[in-house]
Ligand binder design. Structure first.
Ligand code: TSB
Ligand code: ZN
Length: 697
């Protein structure tokens, strides 16, 4: 495992050099404006305690902002001395410190309690130390890697010849509870770097030796944290004592080679999570269970919706009949909405000459996300990563006048992107995808209106699909990244201004995403989150002044002159792949009737009722309903269970009694046995629900 920038950040050692010449008293500025004059060496804990013992008990760490020139200068001095591989910290910037840190300088001080988002990270990092403490007590031969907090908890890397077994993990978790119960203080200590390196290499601590060598400078004081007998090379900060790690759980284990090199020893990474309370931990575990239950990769298999075969390749899903049905319904649904909204649908091929993408700028800015070109006799072809250039060529296939605008060209466009294998996931991130795409060619003064039309279309579509919980992200370029984005400041400012203006006039709240723009312009992205809070972009609306220029697009204005149109790129339901992945998880496989691959399951009680089954089938099919009949020689209850496991909305059971009455016994998903109903009555009801795209049964 190579260190990511975040891990490098976590590994940085920042030696605190205490200035013996510091003042006898210092001024500590509190958030409410109060200033406390205290002797140098006073700790944040003491200050908290002087305000209220309750505050002291509730505090996890402190946020310190040095106020003196000396502190700022010290920052520069240290910056010069620090390793070049990471950017030096600005010592006058706020940073988190232990509650036990002796304060030496005038500073702003904020006590960080559980209400502060950063406090949880501190608890989790301390939990990683508790984990390592437990591991060393049980398996003293283990060598330590490092153990940072992560978004979901923390991990610690260990080296030990024998892999940890599930029983070992259970024992480790038990031992962790003991370490927490012992309530050992976390104490920060310093050691000269050379001494630390000697000790680590003497003990065969190859990972610690590596970290100290790589992340500290010769002559530095190296920072350690001790709790009880356990000592770890670490820059902190930590909670005051192990007892503050109140709710912790070992989650899983995985193997990885040291520094990602298979010639190196194999490490064992133990993952855990920690929260402020057992209640929070339980809620998290419950959400995790829910996420597993809804996972579209698992449901995709159980419900026979899609598969990804190694023989075809990663990120290239195969749609099984039932998944294909959902996709087709979605496609018909969105095409219909678009037709009603004045879009014209086109078909274009999924590949083109490389030159087309050179002209558009994809080759220069989007090359890394494209599959490499194919060499043909006289030319190079490439799988398209986007549909825009093809649609542009349709726009320019004839002269356009201002009266024709907006020209709205739409397509369920299939495209290919070389997503890195590590990023692929089921249907939500794939390499072959079909986008509900359109390119709207407008006069500049039409941008705002068309933008708002697209927003309305998104709202209509999402409402029908039962999607209500989305947020907006204004995706901007990273101006420093000249490679990824077209270099034209004026153009970017214009695009950004247009989008902000449109958003403000619709009164929408949005966050900003730097470095999330398309290479040709800024976007408004509509973000949906899964159960675990992980967000992806679905709908997108993009303003583009670049491609019309590249292709010299024109229309004749009312003045008879030639003008350049602006392009709005937009996707409403995203790619079929990503939207189906979302819907599977959103509905946990229990789709609304109109989207269900099988809407009605038929259960004849015995073989005797096969004929009546035919009649029922004919009626239902005639009404356009999708059905499946279970004619196996199985018990009725087994057949009902199987349909229920497939989350079939309606199960119709029938025997002699129902046949005689021309009826069916109806079981409704989520509601159970609804009793007997005339067949004609059921058909009328189901048909009405489908036609109205009802979300309820
Ligand atoms: C909207 N040219 C525009 C188009 O006209 C375009 O392609 N934009 S995009 O690059 O942002 O992609 C559109 C949408 O496709 C994204 O918002 C996202 O919802 C979906 N998408 C992108 N990459 C993938 C992928 N690898 N797998 C599944 N869906 C994807
Ligand atoms: Zn496009």
């Amino acid at each position: 495992m190579k260190e990511s920038p975040a891990q490098i950040e976590a590994l940085k050692i920042q030696a605190e050099i205490i200035d013996p010449m510091s003042k006898p008293t210092i001024a500590i500025h509190l958030p409410d404006g109060a200033v406390k004059e205290v002797p140098a060496g006073t700790t944040p804990f003491e200050i908290a305690n002087s305000i209220s013992p309750r505050l002291a008990a509730a505090s996890v760490v402190a946020r310190l902002t040095p106020l003196t020139a000396a502190a700022a200068a010290d920052g520069v001095k240290q910056a010069e001395g620090e390793a070049a591989m990471y950017t030096a910290e600005d010592k006058s910037a706020p940073r988190l410190v232990d509650l036990s840190t002796p304060l030496q300088e005038d500073a702003k001080l904020e006590l960080v309690t559980e209400r502060d988002v950063e406090a949880l990270k501190v608890v989790r990092h301390s939990a990683a130390h508790v984990l390592a403490t437990a591991v060393l007590e049980l398996f003293p031969e283990t060598k330590l890697g490092h153990g940072p907090a992560t978004d979901a908890g923390f991990f610690y890397d260990f080296y030990r010849e024998k892999p940890f077994t599930p029983e070992d993990l259970a024992a480790i978790e038990k031992k962790m509870a003991e370490v927490v119960a012992r309530d050992e203080k976390f104490v920060r200590e310093y050691q000269p770097r050379e001494q630390a390196l000697d000790e680590f290499s003497r003990d065969g601590d190859f990972m610690k030796t590596h970290f100290v060598t790589r992340f500290t400078e010769p002559g530095a004081q190296v920072s350690f944290y001790r709790n009880g007998k356990f000592v770890d090379f670490c820059r902190g900060p930590h909670v005051p004592s192990t007892g503050r790690v109140k709710a912790v759980k070992v989650m899983s284990i995985s193997g990885a080679y040291w520094l990602g090199d298979e010639k190196n020893p194999q490490l064992q990474r133990i993952y855990g999570t920690a929260f402020f309370s057992q209640k929070d931990l339980d809620a998290y575990l419950e959400r995790l269970e829910d996420a597993k239950r809804r996972d579209h990769r698992r449901l995709g298999k159980d419900l026979e919706l899609f598969r990804v075969s190694e023989e075809v390749g990663a990120g290239l899903p195969l749609w099984l009949p039932k998944g294909a049905t959902i996709r087709r319904l979605l496609e018909e649904f969105i095409l219909d909405l678009e037709r009603k909204d004045g879009y014209e649908h086109v078909y274009t091929p999924a590949l083109a000459k490389v030159d087309l993408y050179k002209r558009s700028g994809h080759w220069a800015h989007y090359h890394e996300d494209m599959f490499p070109p194919m060499d043909l006799e006289t030319e190079q072809m490439v799988l398209r990563p986007m549909n825009c250039p093809h649609h542009i060529l349709i726009y320019e296939s004839k002269l356009r006048s201002y009266r024709d605008l907006p020209v709205k060209l739409a397509e369920l466009g299939t495209m290919y992107r070389y997503e890195r294998s590590g990023a692929l996931s089921g249907l939500s991130r794939v390499r072959c995808m079909t986008l509900n795409d359109a390119h709207i060619f407008v006069a500049p003064e039409q941008i705002k209106e068309e933008f708002s039309n697209v927003m309305k279309l998104v709202e209509r579509a999402y409402k029908a699909l039962g999607i209500t919980n989305y947020s907006y992200r204004l995706s901007l370029r990273d101006p420093a990244n000249k490679e990824k984005y077209v270099d034209n400041d004026a153009m970017w400012e214009l695009g950004e201004g247009v989008l902000r203006d449109a958003l403000d006039s619709l009164g929408l709240k949005y966050k900003e995403g730097k470095g999330e723009a398309a290479f040709y312009g800024p976007k408004l992205d509509i973000q949906l989150a899964d159960v675990m809070g992980h967000e992806e972009t679905y709908a997108t609306i993009q303003v583009d002044f670049h491609l019309p220029n590249q292709f010299g697009l024109e229309y004749t204005g009312a003045d008879g002159e030639r003008h350049r149109p602006v392009m709005i790129h937009r996707g409403v339901i995203s790619t079929m792949e990503r939207m189906v992945s979302y819907l599977i998880e959103h509905y946990a496989g229990a789709f609304p009737l109109w989207l269900s691959p099988v809407q009605v399951g038929l259960v004849p009680i015995s073989e005797r009722h096969a004929n009546y089954a035919k009649k029922v089938e004919t009626e239902l099919r005639g009404a356009g309903l999708r059905i499946e009949t279970d004619l196996r020689n199985e018990k009725m209850n087994a057949k009902i269970r199987d349909f229920a496991n497939q989350k079939t909305p309606y199960i119709l059971v029938f025997g002699d009694k129902e046949e005689a009455a021309g009826a069916v016994s109806v079981r409704t998903r989520g509601k159970g046995d609804q009793g007997s109903m005339l067949l004609a009555e059921f058909v009328a009801k189901a048909k009405a629900l489908v036609e109205s795209q009802s979300l309820e049964l």
